[in-house]
Ligand binder design. Structure first.
Ligand SMILES: Nc1nc2c(ncn2[C@@H]2O[C@H](COP(=O)(O)OP(=O)(O)OP(=O)(O)O)[C@@H](O)[C@H]2O)c(=O)[nH]1
Ligand SMILES: [Zn+2]
Length: 205
């Protein structure tokens, strides 16, 4: 495997304690090269060779903030924060890659197409956009800044593991993070399972 240089320029801009309904975190805010605010929520002492329980969470305004049933993001976010607190040591990166990197306007355009019957992959393609535009160079740079060399990654997405490893972070273990499907999210989760290679247990529909 070729290790890509994780040259993403990030600056540690601010840091404070953040008590939450899940437990005590520290929030660290970074600025990336585009001056976008990227966030790490940390729990416990992270530096060193011992693998750290980690979640790389891509921004989903509709799921994370509004409780949308179209996707599993909000539930995954809550489950990841709980799991990190339970472990007593871990990190959640909140990455500003809305809509798998296509942004909110395009994601909502893709939702409108999904309303007409396209699935999440074909909706992106109908807009002339890639299935997934995300890059994990910024995530790798933040993990490295926190002194993290290897992780136990909370994900169902093998592409996320491969991409992070390309930037030189060792993924020691995949920790599944599966939210229950509902009537709205089931077709979306089925597409992720069948067309995007997500490792989801059971039948979605
Ligand atoms: N383009 C597009 N993006 C979506 C859609 N639904 C959710 N998203 C975005 O997808 C991202 C979350 O990606 P997921 O594929 O659910 O999860 P993942 O992060 O790849 O994989 P996990 O680690 O297993 O959760 C967020 O940025 C969401 O805003 C959709 O229908 N179309
Ligand atoms: Zn979502």
């Amino acid at each position: 495997m070729t290790i890509l240089p994780s040259s993403a320029a990030i600056t540690r801009a601010a840091m404070a304690d953040l008590p939450t309904k899940f437990g005590q975190f520290q929030i660290v805010v970074y600025l990336d090269a585009e001056q976008k605010e990227q966030v790490a929520l940390t729990c416990g002492a992270l530096a060193g060779p011992e693998p750290v329980l980690a979640r790389l969470h891509s921004e989903c305004l509709t799921g994370d903030i509004f409780g949308s049933h179209r996707c599993d993001c909000g539930e995954q976010l809550a489950a990841a924060l709980s799991a990190i607190q339970q472990a007593g040591r871990g990190v959640l990166l909140y990455l500003r890659q809305e809509g798998r990197g296509i942004g909110l306007v395009n994601k909502i355009r893709a939702y409108a197409l999904q309303q007409q019957g396209l699935d999440t992959v074909d909706a992106n393609r109908a807009l002339g956009l890639p299935d997934d535009m995300r890059d994990y160079g910024i995530a790798a740079a933040i993990l490295r800044d926190l002194g993290i060399e290897s992780v136990r990654l909370l994900t169902n997405n093998p592409a996320k593991i491969a991409s992070l490893e390309q930037y030189g972070i060792i993924v020691r273990e995949r920790v599944p993070l599966q939210a229950p499907a509902n009537a709205y999210s089931a077709p979306y989760l089925l597409t992720k399972q069948l067309r995007m290679g997500h490792l989801l247990d059971g039948r979605m529909l």
